[in-house]
Design a protein around this ligand. Structure first.
Ligand code: HEM
Length: 418
């Protein structure tokens, strides 16, 4: 127990409970106090060392020797024997890019660098535009709807299916399995639910393994083909296990995060009518507005690292084996880095210095795709839904997740175009 850094009288750290409804809604006033009074602190509830300042978060992300990503997302608790027995049917560990350190990281990242190259992403623009337009066609005459359920969930889901080369009709199934994977990470759900999720996790592994085998027999122009390992006759310098785990991770990493950017970003614009009007009239403001959305409402609240040796950070002593939670959400509101950080300003000159995509070697490999999807989505929604506004009769509902920030429902209304 890291007692040297615990102050029993110190309620500012004890008040940290990212799952409490008021901290899901608006955690920023508490973060301001934490950055000033207890920038790095231990949360006994989460068994995590929470890092709140921009500079300290950057230090963690840059030092992969002291702060490792290997196993950073694994559940802390031992799995229940029933869950363990099911998981034994799959690979012994989850080996993916985001959970790797050098030199494995560079080897895997090279595969993604090719698969998500700027040319390949730019070439997706017409198909993303057609998908977004098709979704809007489905509800444009209704005059009201739920942005998340009718648009922001489906668009990145279809895009990531197209990118991987899996049928769009599998999107709901993949999302279900991806939720199973997330649920197993915390290992806190009731056992029956964990058992069900363990079956889902194994099914997802098999799904991608079979597709990789199919691609090795018959290659296609898709990302799965680029992930086929050399041992299966493909080109990727990956083991079979790494290829499967990376395919699984890519689906989750590329889907819900972008849903949250679309939902959270639209909410910010609708809460700020002059800025909404400005981007509607001048879409060239959109790229910077999207960076500001990522800064103000980062879809990933924070990420984890394992401490590899006893060390100090932000005045706190962290023991070897501890796990840190680098809170992008707080770093993005750090007043020493951004002036008036709680203000949403689409013209903010340094908005793109946000931490929403991470920093250093793990900087989001899908950032260009997420930015492209967001630019197309906001452009078309603002163009095709006149007088877009939040509905006052239905509340917006946020999702209660430790790692992710975003809306489950965002009820909106607009004037039906003539
Ligand atoms: C707005 C949308 C997105 C956000 C906010 C986001 C956020 C992040 C963050 C914070 C990291 C760094 C994690 C760390 O430091 O360990 C990351 C890494 C990653 N992201 Fe994204 N992401 C988004 C979209 C995407 C998309 C569309 C894809 C795939 C097409 C993707 C794939 C990945 C992968 C594979 C990594 C691991 C990179 C590495 O470890 O080198 N992400 N993302």
């Amino acid at each position: 127990m890291p007692s040297q850094n615990m102050h029993p009288e110190d309620d500012v750290a004890a008040a940290f409970n990212p799952m409490a409804p008021e901290q899901i809604e608006n955690p920023y006033p508490l973060y301001t106090r934490l950055r000033q009074e207890r920038p790095v602190f231990y949360s006994p509830m989460l068994d995590l060392w929470v890092v709140t300042r921009y500079a300290d978060i950057s230090e963690v992300e840059k030092d992969t020797e002291r702060f490792s990503s290997v196993g950073a997302l694994d559940a802390r608790a031992e799995p229940h024997p029933q869950v363990r027995d099911i998981l034994k049917q799959g690979y012994p560990q989850f080996l993916s890019l985001v959970q790797s350190d050098p030199p494995d990281h560079a080897r895997m990242r090279a595969v993604f660098g090719r698969a998500l190259s700027p040319q390949r992403i730019a070439a997706m623009e017409p198909s993303i535009r057609a998908t977004a337009n098709g979704l809007i066609d489905g509800f444009v005459r209704d005059g009201q709807g739920d942005l998340i359920q009718q648009f922001a969930f489906a668009l990145p889901g279809f895009v990531i299916c197209d990118l991987l080369g899996v049928p769009r009709s599998d999107m709901q199934q993949l999302k279900g399995w991806s939720d199973d994977k997330t649920l197993l990470m915390s290992a806190t759900a009731p056992i029956a639910q964990q058992v069900e999720s363990a079956h889902g996790f194994i099914a997802m592994e098999r799904y991608f393994k079979e597709l990789l085998q199919a691609r090795s027999r018959k290659p296609r122009e898709d990302l799965l083909t680029m992930l086929v390992p050399q041992s299966m006759g493909g080109t990727a310098p990956l083991s079979e296990q790494e290829a499967v785990c990376n395919a699984m991770d890519l689906f989750s990493a590329g889907h819900e995060t972008t849903t949250s950017l679309l939902g959270g970003g639209m909410w910010l614009l609708l809460e700020s009518p002059e800025q909404l009007k400005a981007v509607r009239e001048d879409p060239t403001l959109l790229p910077n507005a999207i960076e500001e959305m990522l800064r103000k409402e980062p879809p990933v609240r924070g990420f984890f690292r394992q401490v590899t040796r006893d060390t100090t950070l932000g005045g706190a002593s962290l023991p070897k084996g501890a796990r840190t939670f680098i809170l992008y959400e707080s770093g993005n509101h750090d007043e020493t880095r951004f002036s008036e950080p709680d203000r949403f300003d689409i013209r903010r000159a340094d908005a793109k210095n946000h931490l929403a995509f991470g920093k250093g070697i793990h900087f989001c490999v899908g950032a260009a795709l997420a930015r492209l999807e967001a630019r197309i989505a906001f452009e078309l929604l603002l163009q095709r839904l006149p007088n877009l506004r939040l509905r006052t009769d239905e509340p917006a509902v946020r999702r209660p997740y430790l790692m992710l920030r975003g809306f489950e429902h965002l009820p909106i209304a607009w004037d039906v175009p003539a």
